[in-house]
Ligand binder design. Sequence first.
Ligand code: ADP
Length: 485
Amino acid sequence: MLSKSNPYLREANLIGGKWVPADSGKTIDVTNPATGLKLGTVPKSGAAETRRAVEAAHVAFQTFRKTTALERSKLLRKLADALMDNQQALAELLTMEQGKSLTEAKGEVASSAAYVQWFAEEARRTYGDVVPSPWADRRILVTREPVGVIAAITPWNFPSSMLARKIGPAIAAGCTAVVKPASQTPYSGLAWGALAEEVGIPAGVVNVVTGSAAEIGDELTANPLVKKITFTGSTEVGKVLMAKAAGTVKKVSMELGGNAPFLVFDDADLDRAVEGAITAKYRNSGQTCVCTNRFFVQAGIYDKFVEKLAAASNRLKVGPGLDDGVQQGPLIDDKAVEKVEELIADATTKGGKVVAGGKRHSLGGSFFEPTVISGAKPQMRFMKEEIFGPVAPVFRFDTEAEAVALANDTEYGLACYFYTGDLGRAFRVMEGLKYGMVGVNEGLITTPEAPFGGVKESGLGREGGHQGIEDYLDTKYVCIGGLGL
Ligand code: ADP
């Protein structure tokens, strides 16, 4: 079981400032993926609890919308400090329910704090406009207002930082929120409720409900009091939410699936490319939407790249996230392992060669060996499907045009990476890649200062950057006439 002494452990919903169970009293078990053992439970809530949370957020909004930007900025600064002051406890909670190494979990909490800090700053910069008027006796103002109650639905792979990118701008803008974390990792979501309380964010501004995804999701998308849905998760569920949100014309922001290509040209710095490849592939054991799904390597350095990538993959330390020096935790569950096994089997029957790893790790459970497959071909399933696991398929290409075409041959368009030493090529390829984010000679590019988000079926809207608060604000045009000027 989880240490009940963790100060951020909550096993109840937070609705209107009260920690409450599900109406039915039913619960969902939360499991540690490193041990398969039960950590505890959270409420199995449905539509009724969600509706009350929305109503509480609506009530809180009537007051919170009138707070000044400076007041909200101060609350967010306190929240960022609280995250960092309690980084260890929050990271332990995260590792125990999610599996990632404690180093990565601490990094995620630090990233949450960085996003909250960023939005504390952005809160004070939601400028409007005074527009030159075409009428002598009228003046034109354009103001920005909080949209109202927002609903946030988040996944299990970054259960803390995905909420930072949503709760941060919501509070900055003056919105109130109802949050539904993933059922596999609800504790990091509930911890946001505890943190919000601790730093004095008014009751009802942040509400957290755990339970049945479909029931909660249906209420959040149908309830007319909710003005915006922000979702991070699969493209499949994102499409369902968009369709449902259409019924009441809510704003939507969607951070959906990815199929990141990683291109290495003959003129690249090979060691730098391998180092970037390890980060871009194996962070969170390959379970991120910006993780490399497909490596494309030019023929002249293909063999060397594969050899070095395989050697570096073999060196990664696999184990329970709380153990010292561990770099690769378990996958989230057995279903994830089965998917990875299927994709490897598909590749080997189509001529792919396993040059590192390739099977379940001797530690058992949902641990999997970091895997490299050479001789990858476009007809293999991972050309189109998200792997979401520690498997690196390496394709060979000859020309730049061929590589860019292969990289773009997907319905996704989230992150991509490429390595080259040629400046002209860097611009050509960057402009040719149809993606929302591009890493040039870098394998890890996420930062609060930059807009994170995708194109095509990878989503809508941006999180971070000055763009990150846009979706939480409505624009109001005010025409003031009869001024007698
Ligand atoms: P993943 O493959 O990462 O689990 P999902 O898209 O299935 O991604 O889940 C992301 C989030 O969406 C989770 O919080 C999950 O509970 C939630 N979710 C799944 N199905 C629905 C649904 N029909 N309505 C609302 N939320 C959903």
